[in-house]
Design a protein around this ligand. Structure first.
Ligand SMILES: [Zn+2]
Length: 140
């Protein structure tokens, strides 16, 4: 898929950080683009290919970090369109189990009890409680 020279050029366009490896080359809709002899390809897919030696044809390459310009293979996973939707709704809409509603979220936030105690009280996980308290979820 890529010659050694192209691989070299590919990595020249990547800025490594402690977490995400950001594509600094040409981007379209936030996604890195890289020109190959078989056309312009998505940079994160190339990175996945270089890491794993193959690209699943029936799956999308998704970002666990939600950073479309990231090409860190550790942040990339192969999933279906449905996986992507589920992942996005979990992360972005912050919809947890149906047990939580705004009223409970408000009680959680105003309570001085520990996350663990609250999680037992409302039957939700402690991380969820923490996220509510921090305002990541159910913010008004
Ligand atoms: Zn990343």
């Amino acid at each position: 898929m890529l010659s050694e020279k192209q691989k070299e050029n590919f990595w020249k366009k990547v800025q490594l950080t402690n977490s995400c490896w950001n594509w600094v080359g040409y981007k379209h809709r936030g996604y890195g683009q890289f020109g190959t002899q078989v056309g312009v390809k998505l940079a994160h897919r190339i990175s996945y290919f270089l890491e794993h030696g193959f690209l699943p044809t029936d799956k999308l390459i998704l970002h666990s970090c939600d950073n479309p310009s990231c090409v860190n293979p550790k942040h990339l996973w192969a999933g279906t369109y449905q996986d992507n939707m589920t992942d996005m709704s979990l992360k972005k809409r912050g919809k947890g189990p149906e047990k939580i509603n705004q009223e409970i979220a408000n009680k959680v936030r105003s309570s001085n009890l520990s996350c663990v105690k609250l999680s037992k009280q409302y039957g939700i996980c402690a991380t969820q409680v923490w996220r509510i308290k921090k305002g990541f979820h159910w913010q008004q």
